[in-house]
Ligand binder design. Structure first.
Ligand code: ADP
Length: 612
């Protein structure tokens, strides 16, 4: 069993799931759902009326034949036929309308459920993204949720419609023989059991194979997505990954087909029972007619009634089995919806202190990632005074980015705290606190939006003022890049949409920096902000860095000592702990790790220089 931070899967009772699904569908499409239900009642009643009319027609014809002038009976027969035509037409119209209402309802619900999935995806804590089971749950929810709630409503609708019809037919059948009615009911049960067991087996199969399904999806993505296209060609990964994709899909297909074969076999057997019971009943009805116990009209009516009746019973039992299946599958969706984010606003959040007056302190902070075997950071104490620039230096994996993620409250420390003017970050509303921070992460995002929007989304609460956007772009050096694009700030970035232009990594990084500058926050965090910038662009950025900050605090993470040496204080991290702290000069005098790394880098450049 894989360890997971997800709560255990609870299969809710059928009526809980049904009620929840009904509420969901009703809240999203009340008008269409009401129309659907009305049509159901109409479609349930009309077949019974048609059945009774058939009896009336046959009986009028037989009575006419038995009378002295058979033709005299025709007006009555004609009238019944006219009524039958009206009923048949109404039924046909009701069916078409019901297709429309179901389709509309299902489209609305599918989009609505996607919206719920999106809302929940951004609400859950980041730590879920480190959990494989979370991906399985999300995948199943995405696969099943868009259509299951509508299926549940349609299943209930079918049960309602068939139930109404069955009630009518049952009255007719019971007037003939209740024993036969019971036999027919019993004959339909094996077919329903087959569906029930199939649903359970299929659910278990899908639960157990979600990861294989996702693995296949992964190879599909790598083979078709543009971000992998270069390496896939260079390393000739195509044949290997196609093979792996095919293997996963073949195993999945074999498993599903095996289940489907069992279902077909059992279905055939259960249908044989139904057919035998039905034709046995027909023989009995024919015998009763020949004995003169019932009229020819009755014979036709009972024939049809039994045939319809068993159809209705089977449909109802099938729908029940379908509801059971939907219930199983929806538990995945509900499991996902019921995930409670741990990082939430407290009931009475504290007010975030005034910008430009925020002293941030890490107090004995320790944190390990969920499922991680060691602490990512531990025993960290540090302070950032208003307007200060500090820097984190250390090898890969030493905990620098983790300290930033904790500051942004993407995670909370396992022990210790981060405070602003003495107030624990956990006492703020996370949304309000995050407004105080601008971050350019190492893995910043390339948004396939216009250049202007790429910068504006740094602070969507501001207007899209071209002058302010251009000012931010100027500060990061992105303005010169954007001016060269065919439609300037209106140009779509990336190749996804029409007229889109791809940028170099360094150019994207300038846009990401502009996004951070556009955000009117109090703390600017740059995690390897210049890794893709050329030395000139980097020098430009840091020459006036303090002016650019306009009094804000900043945290820099960089491997380039040319960047970090301008910081007021530099913290050297090793295996999650701060090992040295001080200004560039102080750390050089200390002759410790920082001094060693600085000298190594400087020598490297000098050697390079002398080689040239
Ligand atoms: P740095 O920014 O100094 O390169 P990080 O703060 O990213 O280092 O990582 C610190 C430690 O935490 C590393 O050992 C890394 O393997 C681990 N780590 C980082 N991110 C995750 C994550 N999302 N899940 C689990 N472990 C992580």
């Amino acid at each position: 069993m894989r360890s997971t931070i997800l709560p255990p899967l609870k299969v809710s009772t059928l009526h809980q799931t049904l009620l929840r699904a009904l509420r969901l569908v009703w809240s999203m499409a009340p008008g269409w759902t009401a129309a659907n239900m009305l049509l159901v009642v109409i479609m349930g009643v009309l077949p019974i009326a048609a059945l009774y009319l058939t009896k009336l027609i046959v009986d009028s014809v037989t009575a006419g034949l038995a009378g002295p002038d058979p033709a005299a009976g025709f007006p009555q027969v004609f009238f019944f036929i006219l009524v039958a035509v009206v009923i048949a037409l109404s039924l046909a119209i009701a069916r078409s309308l019901s297709e429309l209402t179901s389709e509309a309802q299902s489209m609305i619900v599918t989009d609505g459920v996607s919206d719920i999935l999106h809302a929940q995806s951004i609400a859950v804590d980041l730590e879920y993204y480190e959990d494989t089971s979370y991906y399985d749950t999300l995948h199943r929810a995405q696969q099943e949720a868009p259509y299951r709630p509508t299926r549940i409503v349609n299943g209930l609708v079918q049960i309602g419609q068939n139930g109404i019809s069955l009630l009518g037919v049952a009255v007719l059948i019971l007037t003939f023989s209740w024993v036969i009615a019971l036999i027919l009911l019993a004959a339909a049960i094996p077919a329903a059991l087959v569906r029930y067991y199939y649903a359970r087996a299929r659910f278990r199969f899908e639960q157990e194979n979600t990861e294989s399904e996702r693995q296949a999806g992964y190879y599909h993505w790598v083979l078709t997505d543009s971000s992998h296209a270069k390496e896939v060609r260079l390393f000739n990964l195509g044949p290997l990954f196609r093979e792996r994709f095919k293997n996963f899909r073949t195993d999945l297909r074999k498993g599903r087909l095996k289940l489907a074969r069992y279902r077909t076999l059992s279905d055939s057997a259960s249908q044989a029972i139904v057919v035998t019971a039905l034709f046995g009943t027909f023989a009995f009805i024919a015998y009763s007619t020949l004995q003169g116990m019932i009229t020819v009209g009755d014979l036709v009516m009972y024939f049809l009634a039994f045939q319809l009746g068993i159809g209705f019973i089977q449909a109802i039992l099938n729908s029940l089995a379908g509801l059971y299946e939907d219930n199983l599958f929806l538990t995945n969706f509900y499991q996902f919806l019921d995930l409670e984010p741990k990082i939430q606003a407290p009931e009475n959040p504290a007010l975030v202190p005034e910008p430009r007056d925020q002293k941030i302190e890490y107090r004995d902070v320790r944190f390990s990632y969920p499922g991680g075997t060691k602490d990512a950071v531990s025993g960290v104490n540090l302070a950032i005074n208003p307007g200060e620039v500090i820097a984190f230096v250390g090898e890969n994996g030493s905990g620098k980015t983790t300290l930033i993620k904790l500051l942004c409250r993407l995670y909370d420390p396992d022990s210790g705290s981060i405070t602003v003017n003495g107030i624990d970050l956990r006492r703020f509303d996370p949304v309000a606190w995050r407004k105080e921070i601008s971050v350019v992460f190492q893995d910043y995002v390339h948004y396939y939006l216009s250049a202007a929007e790429n910068i504006w989304i740094g602070d969507i609460e501001q207007d899209q003022d071209p002058a302010i956007i251009a000012k931010a772009a100027n500060r990061s050096g992105a303005d010169a890049v954007i001016q060269k694009l065919p439609e300037g700030y209106k140009t779509n970035m990336g190749h996804w949409f029409s007229g889109g232009q791809e940028l170099s990594e360094g150019e994207w990084q300038k846009v990401a920096l502009a996004r951070a500058f556009f955000r009117d926050s109090n703390i600017v965090v740059l995690d390897e902000p210049t890794s893709s910038l050329d030395p000139l662009a980097e020098a430009d950025l840091f020459r006036n860095f303090r002016d650019l900050l306009e009094g804000r605090s900043a945290i820099l993470i960089s491997h380039r000592f040319s960047t970090v040496q301008m910081a007021d204080r530099i913290y050297v991290l090793d295996k999650g702990r701060i090992t040295e702290a001080g200004s560039h000069e102080e750390l050089l005098k200390l002759k410790g790790r920082y001094a060693h790394l600085f000298r190594t880098q400087a020598e490297h450049y000098q050697v390079k220089h002398s080689e040239n």
